[in-house]
Design a protein around this ligand. Sequence first.
Ligand code: DP6
Length: 350
Amino acid sequence: MEIAAILNKPFGWRCSPNIAIVKYWGKLPGQLPASPSVSMTLDQSATETTVWFTDRLKVVEFEFDGNPAPLFAARIRSYLESVSGLLPWLLQVGVRISSRNNFPHSAGIASSASAFGALALCLADAHKHLGLVDGQQFYPLASRLARLGSGSASRSVFGGFALWGETPSVEGSSNLEAIALQPVHPVFNRMHDMIVVVSDQKKQVSSSAGHALMNRHPFAGARYEQARQRASLMPDVLAKGDLETFSRVTIAEGLGLHALMLASDPPVNLLHPLSVEVIQLADQFRLQTRLPLAYTLDAGPNVHLLYPEEMKPEMDRFSREYLAPLSGTVKIINDFCGAGPQPLSVQNND
Ligand code: DP6
C-alpha cells in the first residue's frame, strides 16, 4: 500500500437521502440497530461530497456550500477517528472535505443519511484505490462506514430499496451494513415520493436523543418484534409488486413511529397540525379512489406520499384538488426512487 497513491486527488460521490418504509428507531451500543429497517433511496435530492487526502497529518478541514464549517469539522474529526479501525491509513493523512446539498436546508429532508453516505463512499473509494478492498466488497464497506456516521446512512449507499439489520429470513442481512433488496417488481421501480413540507423548523429532538428514548420505553420489546416481522415481509412485497401490503406497512410505520414518540417518557410530539391535515386528506383520497396511496413520516412533521408511476395523473389531481386549500402554507418537493449513488466526474484518480 502506497499512501502517495491517494494524496491530493479528488474522490467525489453523489448520494441521495432515503425514506424509511420500516423504521429504525432504537439502537444498541456500537451504532447497531435494535431492529431491522427498510427504506427507499431517493433520486433528485442529493449531497455531493469531494474529499482530498493531504500530507497535513490529522488536519481535518470541512467546507459546506463553499464556506468553512468548523462546527461540522469537529463532528467529522471524531467520525474519522471512529472509522480509523477499518481504515488505518487515515491516521497517516489529513483530510479536506467539500460538500453541498442540492436541496435547501429548509426543505425538511433529513440530510445526515446522504451526507454520511457520500462521505463514506469517498472513503471507501480511497480504500479501493489503495488496493485494500475489491469491487464486490466496495458497497458493503461503504455501507458499514456510513452506518458509523448515521444509522440510516447505511441504507443510502444502495439504490432502490435497502434493508439494514439482521433478519433471519433475508440472506446476507446484517446489523453491520445494509444490503440492497432484489428483485423488485417493475411497479416499484419508479415509486414517487411527494414530500409535503409543512414546516422547515430545525428538529426539536435529535435522532440520537430520539433513539435513546427507546432504551426505557415500555413498548420497546413489542415494537422491535413488530419491526422484525414487517421487515421480513418486505422482500416478498417488493418482488411481487404487492402495493396493498406496501401501503399498509408504510402507513402503519409512519404513524407508529409518532405513536412511540408520543408514548415516550418524556413524551415527544413532532406532529404539526398540518401533518395531521395532510394525513386525513390522504386517508380520504384512499377511501374515495381505493388507490393504494402510501404515506409516512420520519422523526419530523413532513409527510411523504408514496405512489407508483401509474398513479401519477390521480396524484396530480390530489395535489391540485386536495392540497389546494393548504397551498401557500405547505411546500411540495417531488422526488422518486433512485438508482443509487454516482461517482462525481471530478474524479481522475484511476
Ligand atoms: C426516524 O439514522 O438519523 O429517520 O443513527 O443516530 O444518526 P442516527 O439516527 P438516524 O435515525 C433515523 C430515524 C428515522 C427512521 C429511519 O430512517 O429508519
